[in-house]
Write a protein that binds this ligand. Sequence first.
Ligand SMILES: Cc1ncc(COP(=O)(O)O)c(C=O)c1O
Length: 417
Amino acid sequence: MPTDTDTDTGFDVAFARRCFPALSPEWALFDNAGGSVTAQPVVDRVTEYMSTLQVQLGASYALSQRASALVADGHAAAATWLGAEVDEVVLGPSTTVNLRRLARALAANWRPGDEVVVTDLDHEANVGAWLALERHGIAVKRWTFDRATGRLDPAALAPLLGPRTRLVAFTHCSNVIGAIEDVPAIVELAHAAGALVCVDGVAYAPHRFVDVKRLDVDFYAYSTYKVFGPHLAALYGKREHLQAAGNENHFFVGAEEVPRKLEPGGVSHELAAALPGTWDYMEKLADHHGLGHLPSSRRRLEAVFDRICRHEEDLVGPLLEFLRGREGVRILGPEPADASVRVPIVGFVVDGHRSSTVTPKLDAHGVAVRFGDFYAPRAVARLGLTANDGIVRVSMAHYNSADEVDRLIGALDQTMP
Ligand SMILES: Cc1ncc(COP(=O)(O)O)c(C=O)c1O
């Protein structure tokens, strides 16, 4: 049972921190939406694989068989994380690459004049991949977000849907302002129009349990290097859609060979083999928090994320309160800490000051925060903040402590104009 919880949420952050070798008292890391630090079991598995098994896959000799099994375990780990079957998940070097491959593979079955809807809120990974289809005659429609709320309004999507809409691409959660979107409502609307959905879960997955079947999404992307794991990304697709998609691999790879046909060149062996390390870490958290008795790994994962969610809500509350009370500061996106509407990604600007002048002053305090558009330049432009050098983004992870948030607030208090 927890021994040194530092919040009343029942989450033992001190225990969690000890599982991350890159964490130190020197730096309070608040750039986690860019990439998380890596859990020790993941590091151990990379080391183990590379120091004992750096052989080629798929041969008859025992070492090769063992290496193949470990890489397959990586695929299974990602699939189980999302609540999918193993033949419904593709691994790749990044979500950007996975979505590019997906867009091309789907377009192989589309005709000129078919339509896709993208948003101006998304990270460019889930925009550019679809815009690139314009050169093949696919028409791309733009769904603009509500500037006042920072959210996607399903009512604004409805008029964009028509008989030729093939897919709606949107984000589960903004990586710049942290607002959670109403995925079920959007999925229902898109499906009613006969369109598929491709959801970018990259900013959401580090903070919440994901169940792609419950969400009834057609495609769902997340980057494992932001979820305490190796620098890879996973893409879920419903079996029938992946089977029907075009081949992105060599000509001799069969149409039914999923995920292989969408993994040209294969996946990094040592990183795939290390992916189950994120499960090792979550199981450690489950055991430590008295959740080990739950009957399946998914149930334990869900229960751990429940704790994480409450802990993160507790972390982000004081920061939002501080920013709300500060004259000249504008929070972009939801102002309450309420975990049902936001994750702990906080975007803000200081009126009259470029964001590029705000964050470097935090460096001397050992507080790692950054400014910019975070590859969501369309969102930043729509907020009118391009010339402001974008926004200041504080992005928390569950391994941040209340003490670190105090340090951040103290540093902002001293350095903000
Ligand atoms: C919301 C979101 N989507 C997609 C990406 C792209 O992920 P990757 O770096 O794996 O290509 C990012 C990366 O920051 C992101 O935040």
